[in-house]
Design a protein around this ligand. Structure first.
Ligand code: SAM
Length: 280
């Protein structure tokens, strides 16, 4: 019996199902169920939400989410070896855990979930960043999720919450902060994982805002931030020149000095610039 439920400890689960960690799948498991329950609590009120979990592995975070009262969990796991271990959890929480064996990058989970939907995951970092970008940039806003609680390498977490003027500030910060509230809620040392990764990790919690913080056409904002941060040391009049021959006029109209650099502009200023450009 474990700290949070009647299931066996995760080390025993891993031994029973032969779940040796595979590097190719980015498998660094959390085995401390007190810790996974703590991460689950960061996701907010779960009792009235469906939770989408990506990459449950042997089920540490899944068990945390269920023990913390999640109404339902949909868990998408690429590694078929994990399914029997996850099935034991489903049997302990009848009707509350659905397991899908597949690649989260190719599966559309929306039809299987009932709003409000919260997303929680401890994912390999490449998959995590790809999914985060997709979740933050859907065609319509608000998105299908109300919150994201995601483990990242600490350096990526810092880029998500970065403020103007800092080295970490860039496209990801603007994408995240334009339409959601983002904060780092936990930091974890490598020893929290089995096997331990080389880097420190952090959990970021993002809450979707009902509407964007400032109005702006998404496609223009995307092109502006890509160009501006693509050459972040250059003045905006140079880095944005490829976007429009009269970019200096557009900058002036938006009230932004053309000698400023990308990392000095707030999210609001980028949005003003996107609107001014679109109005041309
Ligand atoms: N959530 C577990 C935990 O906290 O112990 C496992 C975390 S481990 C860092 C990442 C998990 O994501 C692994 O179980 C891995 O097999 C799974 N995974 C990797 N790529 C995936 C993908 N594209 N779709 C779904 N799951 C994936």
């Amino acid at each position: 019996m474990s700290a949070i439920d009647d299931l066996p400890p995760l080390r025993a689960v891993i031994a029973e199902h032969g779940l040796s960690a595979r590097k190719s799948l980015g498998q660094n498991f959390l085995l401390d169920l007190n810790l996974t329950a703590k991460i689950a609590r960061q996701a907010g009120d779960l009792s009235s939400s469906d939770v989408l979990e990506i990459g449950p592995g042997p089920g540490g975070l899944t068990r945390g989410l269920l023990a913390e009262g999640a109404r339902r969990v949909l868990a998408i796991e690429k590694d078929a070896r994990c399914v029997p271990a996850l099935q034991q959890i489903a049997d302990t929480y009848p009707g509350r855990l659905e397991i899908v064996n597949g690649d989260a990058l190719e599966i559309d989970p929306e039809a299987r979930l009932t709003p409000p939907i919260r997303i929680a995951a401890n994912l390999p970092y490449n998959v995590g960043t790809e999914l985060l970008t997709r979740w933050l940039d859907p065609p319509d806003w608000p998105p299908f999720w109300t919150s994201l609680t995601l483990m990242f390498q600490k350096e990526v977490a810092e880029r998500i919450v970065a403020r103007p003027g800092s080295k970490a500030y860039g496209r990801l910060a603007i994408l995240a902060q334009w339409r959601s509230e983002a904060r780092i809620v936990m930091e974890l040392p490598p020893e929290a994982f089995t096997p331990p990764p080389k880097i420190r990790s952090a959990v970021v919690h993002l809450t979707a805002l009902p509407e964007p913080r400032f109005p702006a056409p998404a496609d223009r904002l995307f092109r502006l931030t890509t160009a501006a941060f693509g050459q972040r040391r250059k003045m905006l009049r140079a880095s944005l020149k490829p976007l429009h021959p009269e970019i200096e006029d557009i900058l002036a109209e938006a009230g932004i000095a053309p000698t400023r650099r990308a990392e000095e502009l707030s999210v609001e200023e980028f949005c003003t610039l996107a609107r001014t450009w679109a109005a041309r």
